[in-house]
Structures are given as C-alpha cells and as structure tokens.
Design a protein around this ligand. Sequence first.
Ligand code: CMP
Length: 137
Amino acid sequence: MTERTLVLVKPDGVERGLTGQILARVEAKGYKIVELKLVQATREILEQHYEEHQGKPFFEPLVEFMGSGPVVAAVVEGNRVIEGFRSLAGSTEPTTAPPGTIRGDLGRDWGEKVQKNLVHGSDSPESAAREIGIWFA
Ligand code: CMP
C-alpha cells in the first residue's frame, strides 16, 4: 500500500555532508521524495516532534542536539515506506546497527548522552501523519 513517511537527516548527517548519500539510498530503494527542505528546527517544533519522549533522560540532550544545526526534512512516498525506511536506517545505535543500513554503514558512536544516529523515520502511519503535519505545516 502506498504510504508516506517523514524522514529527517539529523544535524550530524547534514554536518558530515552525508545528505546526498542518504537521500540517494532512499531513491535507490525506489521511494519517491515528494517534499524536501533544509530547516533550522525551533524548540517548539522539536518538543512537538519528540512529544512521546518528554520526561526521558535523553529528551533534553536530544532537543538540544536536533536544534544544534540544520536538518533536512523530507516526505517520502512508497509501498510500505514506513517499515521500509526504518529497515534502511537500521537500529537506533550506530555501533550495532547492521552493516548495509544507513546507521550501520555511516553512523558512529560519539560517546554522548544522546544517540546521534543520522536519520529519523516515522514509526507508524499515525506518527507519519502527525510528524508531516509538524514539519510541513
Ligand atoms: P529517533 O528514533 O529518531 O527518535 C528518538 C531519538 O532519541 C533516537 O532517534 C535517538 O537519537 C535518541 N535516543 C533514543 N533512545 C535513546 C537512548 N536510550 N539514549 C540516547 N538517545 C536515545
């Protein structure tokens, strides 16, 4: 079923000049980029985006990190793209994300409180709709 997901190239990905490689992997998989922008996220956007993580120990460092530089936000479309992009991204921790995935191949452990893991992808159709509404209001 065709669906849409929100993909973010996080500040570590943009800073390291990996945006092109990351988006190329998305396109090579056959997904379509239907919206794309470079944005300096406000605290308000980030608090909304990470609503479910409020109160967790990594929430503050996460919001700080995500606001530390520009991110690339994209709406990506394709059959089962929500699950498919998460599979392309690999698991949260770059150290153990499988080789072949974005995080496994390109991510590194910075030894910090927050996992700087290059990309974000929505985890369900409900989150995708909510997150796309936040970033592409
Ligand atoms: P993402 O899945 O995009 O959204 C939540 C983010 O919080 C996650 O990526 C990581 O960047 C970060 N994160 C999740 N779990 C942890 C954790 N246990 N410790 C530090 N950072 C985390």
